[in-house]
Design a protein around this ligand. Sequence first.
Ligand code: PMP
Length: 282
Amino acid sequence: EKIIVNGEMLERNGFYVDIEDRGYQFGDGIYEVIRVYEGRMYTQEEHLNRLYESAGKIGLNISYTKEELTDHLEKLIQSNQLDTGIIYMQFTRGASPRQHAFPVEPVPASYVAYTKVMARPEVFMKEGVKGHLVEDIRWLRCDIKSLNLLGNIMAKQSASEAGCFEAIQHRGETVTEGSSSNVFIVKEGAVITHPATNLILNGITRQEIQKLCSESGIVFEEREFTVTNLMAADEVFIASTTSEVMPIVEIDNTVIGDGKPGQVTKQLQTLFWNRVVERAKL
Ligand code: PMP
């Protein structure tokens, strides 16, 4: 199994992180997860664009072009003969003596990428999963895909302990997003999701869904909605790179709609998959 370290392809076994790598010590870095279907990356341009945006927002310099990164990732997929799975990549602000402020003498960012086999969650997508409400205790720059995931981790753990697939976070009455997904409700045929502000990560899957809705004449509204709106929605679903369009059929023992994946959710699942087949030329 190969990995990419600072642009080089290495064996995974035998690679270690410096104890003063700022990603390791502070979570001072950013990451992306890209879906791979049948050996082909899906929406990699969008993911790489967001990677550079996140880097810009924390003042981290990525010394590779998008073409170089794409080339590394394609070679890694090939070398590991990845069929369906993901590529994880991260950049940290490098290794230097521990101090909170950025290194005075700039050090190169540490860059690693690896692949992982991951099937599409077909049974969950067909049957729907449970959600668990959690207060959103994260910082106010959730638009950055930061390695600092403690808030997300605490939320997900709480959902897991409640026997649920995903946490649904809310700041007071306002529903923000999942621990690693965006949250959508369907009310009278309209798909509603939190606006792409500093309070959520603007998911690539979210943006795909937005396009699919506009192409198919489904009303798509970016606006705040409340926990009460959520519980009274006709349908609820989450979306992410790994979960695609995932129906939520129950939230903390309250059944959503009729307790089955809804019509609009199912339609979006079909539209999403058609788009994957078309864009990735499967
Ligand atoms: N919000 C958060 C907090 C996430 O971690 C993710 C997963 N990266 C998403 C939303 C969904 O983003 P995407 O569709 O790009 O995977």
